[in-house]
Design a protein around this ligand. Sequence first.
Ligand code: ADP
Ligand code: MG
Length: 468
Amino acid sequence: MNHVQVWDNCLQTIKKSINAQTYKTWFDPIKPIKLENNSLTIQVPNTFYYEWLEENFVGLLKKTIRQELGDEGKLEYQVLLDDHKQVSHQIKGGSRNRSFYSTDHIRNPFVIPGIKKIRVDPQLNPNYVFDNFIEGDCNKLARSAGKAIAKDPGGTAFNPLVIYGDVGLGKTHLVHAIGNEIKNSFPKKNTLYISTERFTNQIIESIKKNSVNELVNFYQNIDVLIVDDIQFLSNKKKTQEIFFNIFNHLHQIGKQIILTSDRAPKSLEGIQDRLISRFKWGLSADLQAPDFETRMAILSSKMDAEGVEKIENSVIEFISYNVKDNVRELEGVLVSLIAQSSLNDKHIDIDLARHVVQSFVSGVSKEITIDNIKQLVSEYLKIPVDKIQGKTRKREVVMARQLSMYLAKHHTKSSLKAIGKNFGNRDHSTVIYSCKTVEDLIDTDPLIKDTLQELEKQVRMSLSGIHA
Ligand code: ADP
Ligand code: MG
């Protein structure tokens, strides 16, 4: 019998003992090399393979070798390294040699050396967890899909899970939270977080070093693969190709894939259709900008985390009111506010908050304008601006007009003449009359009083006067 026949016989036995997928993954790539002195040499693609075989299939291998070559039969591994240097390791029918576990020449990234079974450092940020990821309507679907995956990675229909949304809305936080929860519940699963940028660099590096196969092998052994910001795959053909292979392999054997993107899969540009169609296989869930209440909750939670002294609720309200599009900015304002207050020994109040918010939110005017006020009143009372400044004598329109003039007089630096001009070229005496009417009504009409109070609050809160 020659080496090919012996190995063939071994494979027949092995095939019967393990499932088809495992067989395909671990035994298909093995090549029999030679049979000498009752010792069969097989070639495995890399060190990781032989480690894995040794760890998981040593009993089975011993049994089959003994069966084919007798008690004195030996199995030798040849590891094909990336520089094509061949290294031999020996396994005997009898006792196992401990030095087999040496991980010295494992070239895979993230491998923690010195540990028997290959383990991957998951690269997860322990600070990004579900507990501090505030739930809101803006993230309900993505969050609950993430929770479901964390309970049963690879076992839900959400594979891949694609979380998409604008910058600063919590994509990275959420995927780390999923990863951390999986790591807690399934410590043995190899979970790995990687940014697309880093992934791309690894591929470029491995192409240079001629070790692409090894890198792919490494990724094919991850149980939960999290890739952040896949929009950066755009126009990177080789990276896409390699990622496609890894994706297919993992998906086929039921491993979990989690991706983030700054836009929906269908809107990704410069990415192969076959990849995009795979991104759509599972669930795409978006993150929206948080609403006012969620922004308040996020700020409160960050304050607790920072351990800061209580900031007045009105200040928190003010910030939440004005920083709307981006949670990272919301945090930035808070951190900056705390810093400014302690550096300058200033109390955190609305004025300081206004100052800080102005430096964060672009395009806000420092002072409220008459136009801002008209807009505000128009939105609040649901009366179009052109009616407010027009000629209509209808009661509710007149009321809106008078309230607007009152607010303009008290909250802008405009002269009475300028205000009159701004309200359909009216005379300054009309403005005086309007203000007087409102002042009288404050005392006699509770509804008007409430309305004015709410409008004044909005004016105070507002930097630009334009509200979501
Ligand atoms: P993205 O990856 O979408 O650009 P990040 O995950 O980096 O956004 O989030 C930006 C910041 O906002 C992070 O510090 C994160 O902790 C915070 N953040 C976003 N969403 C939430 C949320 N729902 N609850 C708490 N913090 C959040
Ligand atoms: Mg991110």
